[in-house]
Ligand binder design. Structure first.
Ligand code: C2E
Ligand code: CA
Ligand code: CA
Ligand code: CA
Length: 280
Protein backbone atom coordinates (compact mmCIF):
# COMPACT_ATOMS: atom_id res chain seq x y z
CA UNK A 1 0.00 0.00 0.00
CA UNK A 2 0.89 3.65 -0.22
CA UNK A 3 1.26 3.87 3.53
CA UNK A 4 3.62 0.90 3.72
CA UNK A 5 5.60 2.42 0.90
CA UNK A 6 5.91 5.69 2.75
CA UNK A 7 7.00 3.85 5.88
CA UNK A 8 9.63 2.09 3.89
CA UNK A 9 10.87 5.35 2.53
CA UNK A 10 10.97 6.87 6.01
CA UNK A 11 12.76 3.83 7.32
CA UNK A 12 15.25 4.04 4.50
CA UNK A 13 15.78 7.74 5.11
CA UNK A 14 16.33 7.09 8.80
CA UNK A 15 18.77 4.37 7.97
CA UNK A 16 20.67 6.70 5.67
CA UNK A 17 20.69 9.39 8.30
CA UNK A 18 22.04 6.92 10.84
CA UNK A 19 24.67 5.77 8.38
CA UNK A 20 25.65 9.32 7.58
CA UNK A 21 25.89 10.13 11.28
CA UNK A 22 28.05 7.07 11.86
CA UNK A 23 30.31 8.01 8.99
CA UNK A 24 30.67 11.53 10.32
CA UNK A 25 31.56 10.15 13.72
CA UNK A 26 34.11 7.80 12.21
CA UNK A 27 35.61 10.71 10.30
CA UNK A 28 35.84 12.80 13.46
CA UNK A 29 37.37 9.85 15.33
CA UNK A 30 39.98 9.43 12.61
CA UNK A 31 40.92 13.10 12.68
CA UNK A 32 41.29 12.85 16.44
CA UNK A 33 43.29 9.65 16.04
CA UNK A 34 45.72 11.40 13.73
CA UNK A 35 46.02 14.27 16.12
CA UNK A 36 46.64 11.93 19.04
CA UNK A 37 48.92 9.66 17.07
CA UNK A 38 46.78 6.60 17.58
CA UNK A 39 47.84 4.92 14.35
CA UNK A 40 50.86 2.68 14.46
CA UNK A 41 52.29 -0.22 12.52
CA UNK A 42 53.09 -3.84 13.19
CA UNK A 43 55.52 -5.95 11.18
CA UNK A 44 55.01 -9.42 9.75
CA UNK A 45 58.05 -11.35 8.51
CA UNK A 46 58.41 -12.86 5.05
CA UNK A 47 60.74 -15.83 5.08
CA UNK A 48 62.55 -17.84 2.44
CA UNK A 49 60.84 -21.21 1.83
CA UNK A 50 64.13 -23.09 1.74
CA UNK A 51 66.01 -21.59 4.69
CA UNK A 52 63.11 -20.11 6.66
CA UNK A 53 65.31 -17.05 7.11
CA UNK A 54 63.89 -13.54 7.29
CA UNK A 55 63.90 -11.75 3.94
CA UNK A 56 61.63 -8.76 4.46
CA UNK A 57 58.65 -7.57 6.46
CA UNK A 58 55.25 -6.14 5.68
CA UNK A 59 54.06 -3.14 7.67
CA UNK A 60 50.40 -3.35 8.64
CA UNK A 61 48.48 -0.49 10.14
CA UNK A 62 46.70 -0.62 13.49
CA UNK A 63 44.60 1.87 15.39
CA UNK A 64 44.73 2.02 19.16
CA UNK A 65 41.37 3.54 20.01
CA UNK A 66 40.45 3.97 23.67
CA UNK A 67 42.68 1.07 24.64
CA UNK A 68 41.17 -1.19 22.00
CA UNK A 69 43.12 -2.28 18.93
CA UNK A 70 41.24 -1.89 15.70
CA UNK A 71 42.13 -3.85 12.56
CA UNK A 72 42.50 -2.12 9.23
CA UNK A 73 39.58 -4.06 7.78
CA UNK A 74 37.33 -1.88 9.95
CA UNK A 75 38.66 1.50 8.94
CA UNK A 76 40.80 1.30 5.79
CA UNK A 77 37.80 0.95 3.46
CA UNK A 78 36.37 4.10 5.03
CA UNK A 79 39.71 5.90 4.86
CA UNK A 80 39.92 4.98 1.20
CA UNK A 81 36.47 6.40 0.52
CA UNK A 82 37.47 9.69 2.07
CA UNK A 83 40.61 11.61 1.25
CA UNK A 84 42.03 10.80 4.67
CA UNK A 85 43.91 7.77 3.38
CA UNK A 86 46.39 10.16 1.76
CA UNK A 87 47.32 11.78 5.10
CA UNK A 88 47.29 8.57 7.08
CA UNK A 89 49.26 6.80 4.34
CA UNK A 90 51.87 9.54 4.32
CA UNK A 91 52.21 9.29 8.08
CA UNK A 92 52.71 5.53 7.94
CA UNK A 93 55.31 5.95 5.21
CA UNK A 94 57.05 8.58 7.30
CA UNK A 95 56.97 6.32 10.36
CA UNK A 96 58.43 3.42 8.37
CA UNK A 97 61.29 5.54 6.97
CA UNK A 98 62.01 6.88 10.42
CA UNK A 99 62.08 3.31 11.68
CA UNK A 100 64.41 2.16 8.88
CA UNK A 101 66.81 5.00 9.75
CA UNK A 102 66.60 3.94 13.37
CA UNK A 103 67.42 0.30 12.50
CA UNK A 104 70.46 1.49 10.54
CA UNK A 105 71.56 3.68 13.48
CA UNK A 106 71.28 0.81 15.88
CA UNK A 107 73.16 -1.57 13.58
CA UNK A 108 70.14 -3.80 13.08
CA UNK A 109 69.72 -3.31 9.36
CA UNK A 110 71.07 -6.05 7.11
CA UNK A 111 71.88 -6.20 3.43
CA UNK A 112 68.79 -6.55 1.31
CA UNK A 113 66.26 -6.12 4.10
CA UNK A 114 63.13 -4.25 3.04
CA UNK A 115 59.95 -3.13 4.67
CA UNK A 116 56.86 -3.34 2.49
CA UNK A 117 54.16 -0.71 2.80
CA UNK A 118 50.63 -0.99 1.40
CA UNK A 119 49.79 1.86 -0.95
CA UNK A 120 46.19 2.65 -1.80
CA UNK A 121 44.76 3.97 -5.04
CA UNK A 122 44.20 7.55 -3.87
CA UNK A 123 47.79 7.78 -2.63
CA UNK A 124 49.30 6.50 -5.83
CA UNK A 125 47.02 8.70 -7.92
CA UNK A 126 48.24 11.89 -6.26
CA UNK A 127 50.17 14.04 -8.69
CA UNK A 128 52.70 14.74 -5.93
CA UNK A 129 53.10 11.14 -4.74
CA UNK A 130 56.63 10.74 -6.12
CA UNK A 131 57.67 14.07 -4.64
CA UNK A 132 56.19 13.10 -1.28
CA UNK A 133 58.03 9.76 -1.24
CA UNK A 134 61.28 11.39 -2.24
CA UNK A 135 60.92 14.02 0.48
CA UNK A 136 60.25 11.42 3.16
CA UNK A 137 63.29 9.39 2.08
CA UNK A 138 65.49 12.48 2.12
CA UNK A 139 64.17 13.64 5.46
CA UNK A 140 65.31 10.41 7.10
CA UNK A 141 68.33 9.88 4.84
CA UNK A 142 67.04 6.48 3.84
CA UNK A 143 67.66 4.78 0.52
CA UNK A 144 64.79 3.48 -1.56
CA UNK A 145 66.24 -0.03 -1.60
CA UNK A 146 64.92 -0.57 1.93
CA UNK A 147 61.36 0.13 0.83
CA UNK A 148 58.84 -1.89 -1.06
CA UNK A 149 55.39 -0.80 -2.13
CA UNK A 150 52.50 -3.25 -2.22
CA UNK A 151 49.77 -2.36 -4.65
CA UNK A 152 46.77 -4.40 -5.70
CA UNK A 153 45.81 -4.86 -9.31
CA UNK A 154 42.78 -2.64 -8.91
CA UNK A 155 45.02 0.09 -7.52
CA UNK A 156 47.45 -0.36 -10.37
CA UNK A 157 44.74 -0.36 -13.01
CA UNK A 158 42.86 2.64 -11.70
CA UNK A 159 44.93 4.60 -14.13
CA UNK A 160 47.27 2.16 -15.77
CA UNK A 161 49.35 4.60 -17.80
CA UNK A 162 49.95 6.80 -14.79
CA UNK A 163 50.84 3.75 -12.65
CA UNK A 164 53.35 2.51 -15.22
CA UNK A 165 55.14 5.87 -15.22
CA UNK A 166 55.12 6.13 -11.43
CA UNK A 167 56.37 2.57 -10.87
CA UNK A 168 59.19 3.35 -13.25
CA UNK A 169 60.17 6.54 -11.40
CA UNK A 170 59.95 4.96 -7.97
CA UNK A 171 62.00 1.96 -9.11
CA UNK A 172 64.68 4.42 -10.23
CA UNK A 173 64.72 5.56 -6.59
CA UNK A 174 65.46 1.96 -5.57
CA UNK A 175 61.95 1.10 -4.38
CA UNK A 176 60.64 -2.31 -5.38
CA UNK A 177 57.05 -3.34 -6.05
CA UNK A 178 54.79 -6.17 -5.08
CA UNK A 179 51.48 -6.97 -6.75
CA UNK A 180 49.22 -7.78 -3.79
CA UNK A 181 46.22 -10.12 -3.59
CA UNK A 182 47.16 -11.63 -6.92
CA UNK A 183 44.43 -13.71 -8.45
CA UNK A 184 41.49 -11.97 -6.82
CA UNK A 185 41.03 -9.01 -9.11
CA UNK A 186 40.74 -8.84 -12.84
CA UNK A 187 44.11 -10.46 -13.28
CA UNK A 188 45.21 -10.46 -16.82
CA UNK A 189 48.48 -11.48 -18.31
CA UNK A 190 48.72 -8.29 -20.30
CA UNK A 191 48.61 -6.21 -17.11
CA UNK A 192 51.31 -8.36 -15.63
CA UNK A 193 53.45 -7.71 -18.65
CA UNK A 194 52.94 -3.94 -18.50
CA UNK A 195 53.32 -3.47 -14.75
CA UNK A 196 56.97 -3.73 -13.98
CA UNK A 197 56.66 -5.26 -10.49
CA UNK A 198 59.22 -7.44 -8.69
CA UNK A 199 56.93 -9.74 -6.76
CA UNK A 200 53.56 -11.42 -6.94
CA UNK A 201 51.72 -12.07 -3.71
CA UNK A 202 49.30 -14.95 -4.08
CA UNK A 203 46.17 -14.11 -2.18
CA UNK A 204 45.53 -15.82 1.09
CA UNK A 205 42.25 -17.28 -0.15
CA UNK A 206 44.11 -19.57 -2.59
CA UNK A 207 46.87 -20.53 -0.19
CA UNK A 208 44.21 -21.37 2.39
CA UNK A 209 42.83 -24.21 0.33
CA UNK A 210 45.85 -25.75 -1.37
CA UNK A 211 45.59 -28.84 0.81
CA UNK A 212 41.85 -29.32 0.29
CA UNK A 213 40.95 -27.95 -3.09
CA UNK A 214 42.75 -29.47 -6.11
CA UNK A 215 41.71 -26.47 -8.22
CA UNK A 216 43.40 -24.04 -5.85
CA UNK A 217 46.43 -26.28 -5.68
CA UNK A 218 46.73 -26.25 -9.46
CA UNK A 219 46.15 -22.52 -9.54
CA UNK A 220 48.85 -21.75 -6.98
CA UNK A 221 51.26 -24.09 -8.74
CA UNK A 222 50.60 -22.29 -12.04
CA UNK A 223 50.98 -18.83 -10.54
CA UNK A 224 54.35 -19.79 -9.07
CA UNK A 225 55.43 -21.19 -12.44
CA UNK A 226 54.17 -18.13 -14.28
CA UNK A 227 55.97 -15.80 -11.89
CA UNK A 228 59.17 -17.80 -12.27
CA UNK A 229 58.97 -17.60 -16.05
CA UNK A 230 58.55 -13.84 -15.80
CA UNK A 231 61.46 -13.57 -13.35
CA UNK A 232 59.24 -12.48 -10.53
CA UNK A 233 59.47 -13.59 -6.93
CA UNK A 234 56.35 -15.24 -5.58
CA UNK A 235 55.04 -14.67 -2.08
CA UNK A 236 52.48 -17.04 -0.57
CA UNK A 237 50.51 -15.12 2.04
CA UNK A 238 48.35 -16.54 4.78
CA UNK A 239 50.49 -19.63 5.37
CA UNK A 240 49.10 -21.20 8.53
CA UNK A 241 49.95 -24.89 8.62
CA UNK A 242 52.92 -27.21 8.48
CA UNK A 243 51.42 -29.08 5.52
CA UNK A 244 51.06 -25.84 3.55
CA UNK A 245 54.69 -25.03 4.29
CA UNK A 246 55.80 -28.47 3.13
CA UNK A 247 53.76 -28.25 -0.04
CA UNK A 248 55.10 -24.76 -0.80
CA UNK A 249 58.68 -25.85 -0.16
CA UNK A 250 58.25 -28.45 -2.91
CA UNK A 251 57.53 -25.62 -5.34
CA UNK A 252 61.08 -24.30 -5.09
CA UNK A 253 62.01 -20.84 -4.06
CA UNK A 254 59.11 -18.74 -2.85
CA UNK A 255 58.66 -16.37 0.05
CA UNK A 256 56.28 -17.35 2.81
CA UNK A 257 54.22 -15.10 5.04
CA UNK A 258 51.63 -16.12 7.58
CA UNK A 259 50.66 -17.03 11.10
CA UNK A 260 52.58 -20.31 10.85
CA UNK A 261 55.77 -18.24 11.09
CA UNK A 262 54.51 -15.22 12.92
CA UNK A 263 51.61 -12.91 13.47
CA UNK A 264 52.34 -9.25 12.79
CA UNK A 265 54.48 -7.98 15.68
CA UNK A 266 55.17 -4.61 17.24
CA UNK A 267 58.67 -3.42 16.21
CA UNK A 268 60.33 -4.31 19.55
CA UNK A 269 59.06 -7.87 19.35
CA UNK A 270 59.96 -8.13 15.69
CA UNK A 271 63.52 -7.02 16.42
CA UNK A 272 63.92 -9.38 19.35
CA UNK A 273 62.62 -12.35 17.39
CA UNK A 274 64.24 -11.67 14.03
CA UNK A 275 66.78 -8.90 13.78
CA UNK A 276 68.82 -9.28 16.95
CA UNK A 277 69.38 -12.98 16.25
CA UNK A 278 70.93 -12.17 12.90
CA UNK A 279 73.48 -9.93 14.55
CA UNK A 280 74.80 -12.23 17.29
P1 C2E B 1 46.87 -7.35 2.98
O1 C2E B 1 47.77 -6.32 2.40
O2 C2E B 1 46.46 -8.48 2.09
O3 C2E B 1 47.61 -7.87 4.30
C1 C2E B 1 47.64 -9.20 4.73
C2 C2E B 1 46.59 -9.43 5.80
O4 C2E B 1 46.57 -10.82 6.12
C3 C2E B 1 46.90 -8.73 7.11
O5 C2E B 1 45.66 -8.38 7.71
C4 C2E B 1 47.59 -9.82 7.93
O6 C2E B 1 47.53 -9.59 9.32
C5 C2E B 1 46.78 -11.01 7.51
N1 C2E B 1 47.47 -12.28 7.68
C6 C2E B 1 48.79 -12.52 7.61
N2 C2E B 1 49.07 -13.83 7.78
C7 C2E B 1 47.88 -14.44 7.96
C8 C2E B 1 47.50 -15.82 8.18
O7 C2E B 1 48.31 -16.73 8.24
N3 C2E B 1 46.16 -16.06 8.30
C9 C2E B 1 45.22 -15.08 8.24
N4 C2E B 1 43.95 -15.42 8.38
N5 C2E B 1 45.55 -13.78 8.02
C10 C2E B 1 46.86 -13.47 7.88
P2 C2E B 1 45.43 -6.95 8.37
O8 C2E B 1 46.66 -6.54 9.11
O9 C2E B 1 44.14 -7.04 9.11
O10 C2E B 1 45.26 -6.00 7.13
C11 C2E B 1 44.17 -6.12 6.27
C12 C2E B 1 44.32 -5.28 5.03
O11 C2E B 1 44.31 -3.88 5.35
C13 C2E B 1 45.63 -5.51 4.31
O12 C2E B 1 45.52 -6.67 3.53
C14 C2E B 1 45.73 -4.22 3.50
O13 C2E B 1 44.96 -4.33 2.34
C15 C2E B 1 45.12 -3.20 4.42
N6 C2E B 1 46.18 -2.45 5.10
C16 C2E B 1 46.88 -2.75 6.22
N7 C2E B 1 47.77 -1.78 6.54
C17 C2E B 1 47.66 -0.84 5.58
C18 C2E B 1 48.31 0.42 5.32
O14 C2E B 1 49.22 0.87 6.02
N8 C2E B 1 47.89 1.11 4.20
C19 C2E B 1 46.90 0.64 3.39
N9 C2E B 1 46.55 1.38 2.31
N10 C2E B 1 46.29 -0.53 3.59
C20 C2E B 1 46.65 -1.27 4.67
CA1 CA C 1 49.72 -6.27 1.52
CA1 CA D 1 47.68 -9.42 0.40
CA1 CA E 1 44.17 -9.73 1.08
Amino acid sequence: SKRAGRNRVTLFKNEMATQAAELLKLERDIMKAMFRDEFYFVLQPLVDSETHQLVSAEALMRWRKDGEIISPGEFIPFLEESALIVDVGERILNAICEYIADLIDRGLMFEGFKIAVNISAKQLARHDFIECVSKVLKKHRVEGQHLEFEITESVALDNKEDTIVKIDMLKKMGISFSLDDFGTGYSSLSHLKDLDVNKLKIDRSFVNDIMHDPQDEKLVRSIIQLARNLDLTTVAEGVETQSQVEWLMLQGEVLLQGYYFSRPLVPEEFEAKYLKQMHV
